[in-house]
Design a binder for this molecule. Structure first.
Ligand SMILES: [Zn+2]
Length: 98
């Protein structure tokens, strides 16, 4: 499934309106915490399960969103981190399991 509309709401949430009319609202801090890039994934692996990273404002603010093909978006964060590719099924699944 693909998004029809993707936008940032109130600088706090990613809003997605999917093709089928369903909507997702994902907290940007959670989105950043679950960044799927290799660097963040390996960091999460080495942290204990109880560790909850605290992000500063730049780390949880989106500077731009770019569509990758028709399967994902890449997000550039204000702190310069931009290697995370968020595939649509990942986003859909995430919003349904928050
Ligand atoms: Zn990352």
């Amino acid at each position: 499934m693909k998004p029809a509309i993707i936008k940032v709401l109130d600088k706090k949430n990613l809003f997605i309106n999917w093709e089928d009319g369903s909507e997702s609202l994902i907290d940007l801090k959670i989105l950043r915490r679950l960044c799927p890039c290799a660097t963040c994934a390996s960091q999460r692996d080495t942290q204990s399960k109880s560790f909850i990273p605290v992000f500063n404002e730049r780390q949880s603010t989106i500077s731009s969103i770019k569509e990758i093909g028709n399967y994902a978006i890449s997000i550039s964060w204000k702190d310069g981190h931009n290697t995370g590719i968020y595939e649509f099924p990942f986003l859909k699944n995430l919003s349904e399991n928050l």
